[in-house]
Design a protein around this ligand. Structure first.
Ligand code: GCV
Length: 701
């Protein structure tokens, strides 16, 4: 663990900074409240991780080392209990044993007539999670008197997906290279792996797919399995399972077979032997993530088989070992569909009920691709006999890379809280994904934003998105503001005059990005390939649905994608009454307006503005609000360390410039169709459209 003062503020320590508790009175109380510690838990590797974390954290937070005693005695203040203890009441033992496998209880009780804090869990992992929760209470300066917390995660597989390649580039990564040093593994264990595992465990993440879904089959060869095993060994001590992205054609590429047909017995046998080999190296291997028949990746359809045939074959070979298959529903084939947004549903819905119980279908939050705003994916709620897990993108592919401050918890929440109506009113995405179907595991995935940058994520505030993903994976019902506040306090400072304005800034930041990029339901109008900056004019790529013009459909009458019954009829994939309200302009939430409708430039919106005026106003508001973020940030100068203050300040300046770029390019471009003037009082962009069209960027991440 890096604790040297020289490195104190470079962001490496994430939210686990453990600097002295600022409130000295509280710090004194904490020292008394946890003066002596007992672990009635045994001493497994996970428990050792918890103990070490506690020790290091208390040293940092309180400049203090409590007595770690072996046996409970008088004056005991903090007791960790696995499974139950003679010292606790039957009621408390029962409470502890009623938590889920990863759950825990933190409670103040009276022991030998003095207050004592209990962290109790059924299993080691609960003790580890309970330890991190206790530390969070200290880091965020909560009182420990009369604590009574019972926690169990709402989802079982809480997993990061790394899009890391074996050459250490990271697809859609904006924080340097892959942290997995394949060359030095398995011999050298970079301490960074341990800190990575600590950070994940601290927010309840219990799985990591370490390689890109656009997979390289070498990852399954013996040499790489040894490297994977070394990483799995680090993760295991923090309750994290290692998973791999499997390339469907691996039997051909590395097995020397002529086919990868999932129904061919030699193919199945190859995978069977591969699974056995993997489990010899990694006894607690989690399973496979598969991107098949999408964007050029091979899959069962190459052999006339279905996604279910492919997924089930892999599920069957993993089943005896307890492994799972996460099969992605992000599919779009080489034939341009009438509406790409409909394709996943069309391919997967007919397969409902055909997947093994150890297959989970991994569905992106929206039907296109991690846009700044998308309505929830219609597959949520549609497959009632198949387990579905959502996939969110933590890395900011479409949201400003690692130079824009965009707090994504509000985006994640928008999807999780969305009502699918699949079982009537109140069937939110969060509810649907947390109910196991046929004894399947429940889960949630986030595409990681982690790289070799000293601060892990590129932008100091991008760390908040990793953090928020973990907290929401544990409990999707948590509130984005509470998570932001916790993160700010742990990462920067507990001072209210810092936390309050910066929380508000974070909470508004995603809406701000939507305004300057894709207001009112616009989508996929970014520069092609790299997805950097605006390029709504692109219309010359070979597939229609690779072109921004396919998505905004601007013409002299108006703009937007007509997905109503008279258009592509994508709305039919949603349940009534939502389907019916999305079918009409008047009842479609304006944030999704142009996603579902082609709307006339002079159509009046709810606030009385015409579409054209409202689009312009939103773009200008988005850019102006980034200037507002700069002011907010300037107001906290001096309240945090100057290193990160200045880093964020510079990044906000980049964001401000790019927001204006987005605004100008989009307004000028859409104006070529609307042929309408800017509303009164709005200043004309200082360049013409051609200037923006001519911008070229060579070496983008
Ligand atoms: C890993 C988008 C991204 C690709 C990504 C793909 C996916 O298309 O641009 O980089 O590939 O999604 O999720 O599979």
């Amino acid at each position: 663990m890096l604790t040297s003062a020289a490195n104190a503020d470079n962001g490496y320590r994430l939210w686990l900074r453990y600097d002295p508790v600022e409130n000295v009175t509280l710090a004194r109380q904490y020292r008394q409240q946890i003066a002596s510690v007992v672990f009635e838990t045994g001493n497994s590797p996970i428990i050792q991780s918890a103990r070490t974390e506690l020790k290091n954290a208390l040293q940092g937070l309180l400049n203090y080392s409590p007595a770690f005693v072996n046996a409970p005695g008088k004056g005991l203040r903090l007791i960790f209990v696995k499974g139950g203890s003679k010292q606790l009441t039957p009621a408390l033992n029962k409470l502890i044993n009623n938590t889920s496998n990863e759950g825990y209880v933190i409670k103040t009780i009276s022991l030998n007539n003095s207050p004592c804090l209990v962290v109790g869990a059924k299993n080691d992992k609960g003790i580890l999670y309970g330890t991190f929760h206790l530390l969070r209470l200290l880091q965020t300066q909560q009182t420990l008197a009369n604590i009574n917390i019972t926690e169990s995660p709402k989802l079982q597989v809480r997993i990061l997906n790394h899009w890391d390649n074996l050459d250490r580039t990271v697809e859609r990564g904006y924080a340097g290279f892959s942290i997995w040093n394949w060359h030095k593994l398995p011999g050298y264990i970079d301490p960074r792996y341990i800190d990575y595992a600590r950070a994940n465990a601290s927010i309840g993440i219990n799985g990591a797919v370490i390689n890109n879904v656009n997979a390289n089959s070498l990852i399954l060869t013996t040499d790489y399995l040894k490297k994977n095993a070394a990483l799995a060994g680090v993760f295991r001590r923090y309750g994290i399972k290692l998973y791999l992205s499997a390339k469907f054609s691996a039997p051909i590429e590395t097995g020397g077979l002529k086919t990868a047909d999932p129904l061919d017995p030699t193919v199945k046998q190859w995978w069977q032997q591969k699974a056995d080999e993997i489990y010899r190296h990694i006894p607690d291997f989690g399973g496979f993530l598969v991107k098949a028949n999408s964007e050029g990746q091979p899959g069962p359809q190459n052999y006339g088989r279905t996604h279910a045939d492919g997924a089930n074959m892999l599920a069957d070979v993993l089943k005896p070992h307890g492994g799972i298959v996460m099969w992605r529903a992000f599919v779009y084939d080489d034939k341009t569909p009438d509406d790409r947004a409909k394709q996943a549903y069309n391919e997967f819905k007919p397969l409902d009920g055909k997947f093994r119980s150890n297959v989970i279908i991994q569905v992106k939050n929206g039907a296109i691709d991690f846009q700044p705003r998308e309505p929830f994916h219609p597959l949520f709620g549609a497959m009632t006999k198949t387990q579905i897990m959502p996939e969110f993108q933590i890395t900011q592919e479409y949201l400003g890379f690692s130079t824009h401050l965009v707090y994504l918890a509000t985006l994640f929440k928008e999807c999780l809280d969305a009502d699918t109506y699949s079982q009537g009113h109140g069937s939110t995405v969060a509810k649907i994904i947390s109910i196991p179907v046929n004894n399947s595991l429940t889960g949630i995935a986030g595409v990681a934003n982690i790289g070799t940058d000293i601060n892990w994520c590129g932008h100091p505030f991008a760390q908040a998105n990793w953090y928020a993903f973990g907290r929401l994976a544990w409990n999707p019902d948590q509130n984005a503001a509470d998570i932001a506040r916790d993160w700010l306090k742990m990462t920067f400072s507990n001072q209210p005059d810092f936390v309050k304005p910066v929380t508000s800034m974070m909470l508004a930041s995603r809406e701000t990005a939507v305004n300057y990029m894709t207001p009112l339901g616009l989508h996929h109008i970014m520069g092609t390939h790299a997805h950097y900056g605006p390029a709504p004019w692109v219309n010359n790529l070979s597939r229609a649905d690779w072109n921004p013009v396919y998505y905004h459909k601007a013409d002299s009458a108006g703009m937007g994608f007509d997905r109503t019954a008279t258009g592509s009829n994508a709305i039919a994939q949603y349940y009534p009454p939502l389907r019916d309200s999305l079918n009409k302009v008047e009842t479609t939430p304006e944030k999704y307006l142009l996603w579902f409708h082609h709307v006339g430039w002079n159509t009046h919106l709810k606030n009385g503005e015409t579409l054209w005026n409202e689009v312009v106003k939103r773009y200008y508001k988005g850019a102006a609000d980034v200037a507002g973020m700069q002011k907010t940030w300037a107001s906290v100068n001096g309240k945090i360390d100057s290193t990160r203050y200045h880093e964020v300040k510079q990044l906000l300046a980049i964001q401000a410039e790019e927001a204006v770029w987005w605004r100008n390019a989009c307004v000028l471009y859409f104006q070529t169709f609307s042929k309408l003037p800017l509303p009164a009082g709005y200043t004309k962009p200082d360049h013409d459209l051609q200037y923006y069209k001519d911008l070229k960027f060579k070496y983008l991440p």
